[in-house]
Design a protein around this ligand. Structure first.
Ligand code: SAM
Length: 295
């Protein structure tokens, strides 16, 4: 008899996440990365890229709601949206909940991620069949270079870690193009890694250092993502026009929440404000990073 099936993801020196598995449902190499789907008794189905958790059925709602809704509820009536990465469909699903949305470009470098998500995570990937959604199998950094100026109301960067194929999505040139393709009142929101990660904690101050010259308002916020490395995750929102708190109306968001398609399980108007209240160590991480000379 074979031993118990298990999955572990360690972020440093054997520290990380582990779970027993009921089944290994899919495994392939797409030519770009390993793509696996496993079934966990607690976390449900899990999407793994190169052995790292991208989403679990158990907690993906937290990440996708928190990447998308602070930005979209800040905008009075978002219509055109660009999503870079996000091949599992969760970010697109959250964007489409807003009735004002007319056009979504999803730029995913690995088409096999989209195909696997459609097969194994139909409720996450449901938005891909929406006629407003346009799928592009391309490098996000290249796509933005040829996108029209001022076209988008919001840009979301839902990428893997800032290494390998995703490294270009954390660079100055890319952020400068994101600013160009955004409308003057547009909003950029991106996943900016974990402030507790021994290596990727430096992503947060680096993102601030690169975004602040391009956007008048740059602010980060946190959410717990239990199945991501360290369990605490940061997002960063940037806009030339809107301040994430001063220009956010909880009552307006509350009213608009009634018109969303489907019910949110994590994001609320109160939580929008609370999420931007950063712990001391995160404030220090950002301010110390900003004080250092750019590498
Ligand atoms: N929520 C996850 C996280 O925070 O790590 C990300 C999930 S999503 C599956 C990440 C996607 O980014 C992957 O499907 C990957 O193929 C895609 N990706 C990585 N680099 C990219 C690039 N340069 N252009 C477009 N998509 C890219």
């Amino acid at each position: 008899m074979g031993g118990e099936l298990r999955f572990s993801e360690f972020f440093s020196h054997g520290a990380g996440l582990t779970t027993s598995l009921d089944a290994l449902l899919h495994c392939e190499h797409s030519g770009i990365q390993h793509i696996c789907v496993v079934q966990s008794p607690v976390f449900g189905r899990m999407l793994l890229l190169d052995g790292m958790v991208m989403l679990t059925e158990w907690d993906e709602f937290i990440y996708h709601e928190m990447l998308v809704h602070p930005a979209l509820f800040l905008l009075p009536s978002p219509r055109r949206v660009l999503v870079i990465g996000g091949g599992d469909g969760g970010t697109v699903r959250e964007v489409l909940r807003h009735p004002s949305i007319e056009h979504v470009d999803l730029v995913e470098i690995d088409p096999r991620v989209i195909a696997v998500a459609q097969s194994y995570f139909p409720t996450v990937a449901a938005g891909f069949s929406d006629p407003r959604v346009h799928l592009h199998h391309a490098d996000g950094a290249e796509f933005v270079r040829s996108a029209p100026s001022g076209f988008y109301d919001a840009v979301f960067v839902d990428s893997t870690d800032p290494t390998g194929i995703a490294e270009s999505l954390f660079g100055e040139a890319f952020y400068s193009e994101c600013q160009r393709v955004l409308h003057a009142t547009g909003v950029l929101a991106l996943q900016s890694e974990s402030p507790l990660h021994p290596v990727y904690c430096q992503t947060l101050p680096r993102v601030h250092r690169l975004l602040r010259p391009l956007f008048r308002h740059v602010a980060s916020y946190l959410a717990p993502i239990p199945t991501y490395p360290t369990g605490i995750w940061s997002f960063t929102l940037a806009s030339r026009h809107y301040h994430p708190l001063e220009d956010f109306s909880p009552t307006n968001a509350q009213q608009r929440m009634e018109c969303l398609s489907g019910k949110l399980r994590y994001y609320t108007a109160e939580l929008h404000r609370a999420a931007f209240a950063l712990p001391g160590f995160v404030q220090e991480l950002i301010s110390e990073g900003l004080a250092q000379p750019a590498p």
